[in-house]
Design a protein around this ligand. Sequence first.
Ligand SMILES: Cc1cc2nc3c(=O)[nH]c(=O)nc-3n(C[C@H](O)[C@H](O)[C@H](O)COP(=O)(O)O)c2cc1C
Length: 199
Amino acid sequence: MNKKMIIMTKINIKPRAIMYPSPAVIASAYDNEGKADVCTLAFATMCSHQPPCIMIAINHSAKRKTLEDITLQKEFAVGFPSIDQVSQTDYLGIFSGHDEDKLEKLSLTTTKAQNVNAPIINELKLSVECKVINIIKIGSHAQITGEIVNILADEDILDENGKISMKLLNPIVYDDVLYDYYSIADKVADAFNVGLKHK
Ligand SMILES: Cc1cc2nc3c(=O)[nH]c(=O)nc-3n(C[C@H](O)[C@H](O)[C@H](O)COP(=O)(O)O)c2cc1C
C-alpha cells in the first residue's frame, strides 16, 4: 500500500455473509424418483487442491429441494452459467423444484453425469461432477464439501493450450449485497507474478 494514502474513516456495518466477488453457479442432483432438480447458488468456492474439492452452502431451514436431493444421493454436479444465461440462472434461484419443473420451463436439458449419479445441464459450457465428502450445518446453511471427480467443458471455452478460459466461459459475477449480476472485466495482470515487483 502507498504510505501517503489518506486513511478514510471506516463505517461499521451490521454483520452479514459477504464475499467479493461471488459466483452464480447451478447445483444439480436427482431426487428419489430420478428427476433432475437444480438451483442457483452464490455460496460456492474451492476448498482443496488435493483431492480437488469445492464447497457449496444451501439453506437447510428453507426446504430447498436440491439440498434434499444432494443429501439423499451423496452426489451432485455444479454448472457454471455464462453471461448470456443470466435470466435462466436467476429463474432457477427464484422458484423451487418443489413447485414446478424448472428445467422444463426453461427448455433446459440434462444428461446423467459420466462418473456420478447426477444430472449435467447440457446447455452449460462447464460443469463439475462431485461426490459428497461431508455435509456440516453452519447456522442457517448446510455446507456441502464435494470432491470433483470429473470436469466437463465445451471445446469452445478451451484456449489454444486446451485449458479452460474464464474469458471464453464468460461466467456470471453476483453481488449478494445489492442483488446485482455483473460480467467479468479485463485481465489486469499475471498471478504469482505481478506481486514480485514488491520483493
Ligand atoms: C443469485 C442467487 C444466488 C443464490 N444463492 C443461494 C445459495 O448460495 N444458497 C441457497 O441456499 N440458496 C441460494 N439461492 C436461492 C435458491 O437458489 C432458491 O431458493 C431456489 O428456489 C431453490 O430451489 P430448489 O428448492 O429447487 O432447490 C440463490 C438465488 C439466487 C437468485
